[in-house]
Design a binder for this molecule. Structure first.
Ligand code: ADP
Length: 376
């Protein structure tokens, strides 16, 4: 129970030129924790609200458990939604807030009592049941809002930035609790956030959206290792992936990435991506994550093949790791270092890339020239 299918779904708001959501086409499996992530305005909430029945679908079909639900009212969908602003009733106690949905559904009184107490225990709010929302902290309010959704025991949970009103520490804690809760309850959960860290830690699968259009759907690790395009590559990961513009050239049977300051040998295992001659004629953006960039003090003589000279712009320490920002010509490249390696501003260094880990993107379309790009 709780599978969801979006079949080429569109949303056009009245008077708007561009659709808020375009051709959203996806099946969410039963029990899955699916995260919708993307910058503000990319259509995440609209998608969630169409699923909840709070927003009309302009075009396309929506199915829950194989049943066509486009015209089903929210209360008839077996769904509970948790919002960013808790939406608790101020005059009702915590107990009454959690019980309300069940009361409206004419659940028997003893059953309500049982469920509220069970949920309160899971969320560790049993001692707060007699309080009013105004007597609760932000974190406690959020638990009550979650409790209200859980008590209904719906097939599907929808959550729209439910943690964004909490401070950093409480957010991390509640995030961990939500992950545990979801894996215990095994209910299909669709979770909206603009925070890529939240998406990466919570989702079993992540949908990255931009301008109403799905960019990629993948489990977190694959999104990180095999971003389908420049947008996903830049959006997932912090500090973000380095991008260096250039082209791939062929010299004496070997391929090289040639940028303004870089001439880097392409590993043979990547040759397949460039054997279509037109690809070597196009401009390419090389993508490399900071952990795949090596930086070292400038040595005497010329750096070896594949290395480039640069100058330290700044360095920062974030705890165990440090990051050095190195300017090489017009390109700035961020490299992860040991936090004990301290570099001075303007210090001369050499930069090398782990070429086995680099990504190549078509500059014009932004599409990755990896497997996804090959299949086009
Ligand atoms: P997100 O949740 O990713 O921030 P939304 O789904 O809220 O994005 O919005 C997607 C797009 O639709 C945005 O351009 C937004 O301005 C527009 N939009 C959202 N709600 C409405 C509305 N009620 N009327 C018109 N446009 C809207």
């Amino acid at each position: 129970m709780g599978s969801i299918t979006f079949h080429h779904v569109y949303k056009n708001y009245k008077g708007e030129q561009r659709p808020a959501v375009s051709d959203f086409h996806l099946t969410i499996e039963e029990g899955e924790f699916l995260v919708l992530v993307g910058p503000s305005g990319c259509g995440k909430s609209t998608t969630l609200r169409m699923l909840a029945g709070l927003e009309e679908i302009t075009k396309g079909d929506l199915y829950i458990d194989g049943k066509f639900v486009n015209y089903l009212s929210p209360k008839d969908r077996d769904i509970a939604m948790v919002f960013q602003n808790y939406a608790l009733y101020p005059n009702l106690s915590v107990y009454e807030n959690i019980a309300l949905g069940l009361k409206l559904r004419k659940t028997a009184k003893h059953e309500i009592e049982l469920r509220v107490n069970r949920v309160a225990k899971i969320l560790e709010i049993s001692h707060l049941l007699d309080r009013k929302p105004s007597q609760l902290s932000g974190g406690q309010k959020q638990r009550v809002a979650l409790g209200r959704a859980i008590a209904r025991e719906p097939q599907v949970f929808l959550m729209d930035e439910p943690l964004s009103n909490l401070d950093a520490k409480l957010r991390a804690q509640t995030r961990a609790e939500l992950i545990k809760l979801q894996s215990d309850l095994k209910r299909t959960t669709v979770y909206v956030t603009h925070d890529q860290v939240e998406a990466m830690t919570m989702g079993t699968r992540i949908v990255v959206m931009k301008d109403g259009v799905i960019q990629q759907v993948a489990p977190p690790r694959r999104l990180y290792d095999e971003p389908a395009n420049l947008f996903v590559a830049g959006f997932i990961g912090s500090p973000q992936m380095n991008f260096v513009p250039g082209r791939v050239i062929r010299e004496e049977g070997r391929y090289y990435f040639s940028g303004r300051r870089f001439k880097l040998p392409v590993p043979e295992r990547h040759y397949g991506r460039f054997e279509h001659s037109e690809r070597t004629l196009r401009n390419v953006v090389l993508g490399v994550r900071p952990e795949d960039v090596y930086v070292s003090r400038e040595t005497v003589g010329e750096p070896a093949e594949g290395w480039a000279r640069g100058q330290v712009e700044m360095s920062e320490v974030t705890g165990a790791d440090g990051y050095v920002y190195v300017k090489a010509g017009d390109d700035t490249v961020i490299a992860r270092t040991d936090s004990e390696d301290v570099y001075a501003r303007h210090e001369g260094v050499v930069l090398g890339f782990n070429m086995n880990k680099v990504h190549y993107f078509d500059e014009e379309t932004g599409v990755s020239l990896a497997a996804g790009g090959d299949r086009r």
